[in-house]
Design a protein around this ligand. Structure first.
Ligand SMILES: [Ca+2]
Length: 189
């Protein structure tokens, strides 16, 4: 390669860089923000739902995080109970695919039928009707170390205006999650 060609290539690469670096659309993706009092506190911008009183959710400050000082844990007291954290993103566009990633680990995890822990996306219209659900099973092992998982959704269906991005688990034990991210997939990738 001639010198000037190398220079042109470098300038071109620098110009392209911002275009391929997508922003994380989730707020508080590492679960560090919020008024932390105990495991039942809620991290800012996230919602949690669970089945029955026996199941539980946790926002953890126990030194087991992937990064920072906190992470979330979902799961239940027995194999029929479930819980999830979710965050709604309001500027989801029809025809656009999204990349949903998370770091995931387990502690004493016993799913009812493998696997029952998911990254899940519910594409919704302006009335809140679920138009399609995409999901990726993330862990089955009883005690797994932090692992990086990636869900690439299909393109959002016509009529989509928003979507819930969910960290879901049904089973006995705990699935830990930290450092989640949602990005619009670059066209042509
Ligand atoms: Ca964290």
């Amino acid at each position: 390669m001639k010198k000037w060609q190398g220079l042109v290539f470098m300038i071109y690469a620098v110009m392209l860089l911002p275009a391929v670096t997508q922003a994380n659309m989730l707020k508080n993706p590492g679960f560090e923000e919020g008024q932390y009092a105990d495991d039942q506190s809620m991290p800012s911008y996230w919602e949690c739902e669970r089945s029955g009183d026996e199941s539980w959710h946790c926002w953890k400050n126990d030194g087991q995080q992937h990064s920072g000082t906190k992470h979330i844990a979902v799961g239940g007291m027995d194999k029929s109970t479930w819980g999830y954290y979710k965050q709604n993103i309001s500027d989801i566009k029809p025809g656009q695919a999204y990349i949903f990633t998370a770091w995931v680990a387990t502690e004493g995890w016993q799913p009812p039928s493998s696997p029952a822990a998911y990254l899940r996306v519910e594409f919704k219209d302006s009335k809140g009707t679920i138009l399609r659900t995409d999901k990726l099973a993330v862990v089955t092992g009883e005690n797994t170390t932090w692992t990086y998982k990636t869900l690439i959704t299909g393109v959002a269906p016509p009529g989509t205006t928003n979507a819930d991005f969910m960290c879901y688990a049904q089973g006995k034990g705990t699935v830990w999650i930290d450092d989640v991210s949602v990005e619009a997939q670059s066209k042509g990738k």
